[in-house]
Design a protein around this ligand. Structure first.
Ligand SMILES: NC(=O)C1=CN([C@@H]2O[C@H](COP(=O)(O)OP(=O)(O)OC[C@H]3O[C@@H](n4cnc5c(N)ncnc54)[C@H](O)[C@@H]3O)[C@@H](O)[C@H]2O)C=CC1
Ligand SMILES: O=C(CO)COP(=O)(O)O
Length: 330
């Protein structure tokens, strides 16, 4: 049994907390909204994020950061990716010296270009840091449906031991030592899901969606490897696995966001779609590495309003014809 603190009382933080309580861990959620914490404690629901799903009675939530973090052996960062740095800075005074920190948000810091583990390390440099990512809808996990994700730490043995500790019930963790690869896959697949959603919303057909997923995956691998990922990791749960999930289910907020854009609908009231906040920094990083990423670039232009979905379709279809795997011909 471990003492676990979850930072973020949204869909994913609450779902992970539910799974860990079910495994017998002592879990405390920190949420910035006192009313949400009160609802979790008294009504055992988090309706704004998880509808009527029933949460464990012994799951505790608090808006008091000191109370949530003090004494925790494992701390998971589950607020939106762009807020991870601020959350990390705010826990420093309360954190046990040997606490292990796990990044769970999927996104690249759009100010610095840092991955989530780097954002956390910049604020809390003396801690072991890992990453949890993979195909996992909060709505599935909170209902106890089978889910497999990847847990990466810089040392394989440490990853293995933590994956063992946090696996159980319907959640199965696979260990990896490719901390960069696991979070790059999780960040870039959100952008691809928006692109494929735009294609769905624009009524471009199932063949076009399959082509975009495949060519988007080729980009994800090209850029991911240039950024330090191992190609095999990108073929795993946190890469291809999560790409398949989020590019095919309307439960994905990124996919749903893309669909709305493709239909020309108002997106201002939609839920968190991390890809919207990662797309421009991901394109900047691709430019810096000299990596061609037409799907991601076109998605960025549609999201910024520089191009319509129809113009994006024409731009992608009129690119020069080329070898499918140019790197294999050399
Ligand atoms: N929902 C899901 O199925 C999954 C989500 N994730 C990732 O987990 C991260 C969080 O996602 P969700 O929990 O789904 O989002 P959400 O929108 O359901 O919840 C976000 C939570 O963070 C809080 N929050 C927002 N801004 C904040 C800030 N500046 N400081 C502190 N707290 C803040 C909100 O009040 C809310 O409680 C995202 O990066 C997402 O990609 C990963 C796997 C599955
Ligand atoms: O990352 C997720 C599933 O693995 C959740 O996807 P969305 O953020 O697009 O809802």
């Amino acid at each position: 049994m471990s003492r676990i603190c979850i930072l973020g009382a949204g869909a994913w933080g609450t779902a992970l907390a539910t799974a860990f309580v079910g495994q017998g861990h002592a879990v405390r959620i920190w949420g910035r909204n006192a009313e949400t914490c009160d609802e979790i404690n008294r009504q055992h629901t988090n309706r704004a994020y998880l509808g009527e799903a029933k949460l464990p009675e012994d799951l505790q939530a608090t808006p008091d950061m000191a109370q949530a973090v003090t004494g925790a052996e494992i701390v998971l960062f589950v607020a939106p990716a762009q807020s991870t740095g601020a959350v990390a800075a705010s826990i420093a005074a309360h954190l046990a010296a040997d606490a292990v920190l796990i990044a769970c948000a999927k996104g690249i810091d759009n100010r610095t270009g840092q991955m989530q583990s780097e954002v956390i390390a910049a604020q809390l440099p003396d801690h072991a840091i890992g990453v949890l990512s993979g195909p996992s809808f909060a709505a599935d996990v909170v209902r106890g449906l089978p889910t497999a994700v990847t847990l990466a730490m810089p040392e394989q043995e440490a990853a293995q031991s933590l994956a063992q500790n946090l696996s159980g019930g319907a959640v199965r963790l696979y260990a990896s030592d490719d901390i960069a690869g696991v979070q790059i896959g999780g960040s870039l697949k959100n952008v691809m899901a928006i692109a494929v959603g735009i294609c769905r919303g624009g009524g471009m057909g199932a063949s076009a969606e399959a082509a975009l997923i495949t060519r988007g995956y080729a980009e994800l691998v090209r850029l991911g490897v240039a950024m330090g990922a191992r190609a095999e990791t990108l073929l795993g749960l946190s890469g291809l696995g999560d790409l398949v999930l989020t590019c095919s289910s309307e439960l994905s907020r990124n996919f749903a966001y893309g669909i709305a854009v493709g239909r020309g609908e108002d997106v201002s009231g939609l839920k968190l779609a991390e890809g919207v906040h990662t797309v421009s920094i991901a394109n900047d990083i691709a430019d810096r590495h000299g990596i061609s990423c037409p799907v991601m670039q076109t998605a960025g232009m549609v999201l910024s309003g520089a191009m319509s979905a129809e113009e994006a379709r024409i731009a992608l279809m009129s690119r020069p014809v080329k070898a499918e795997h140019p790197e294999r011909r050399e």
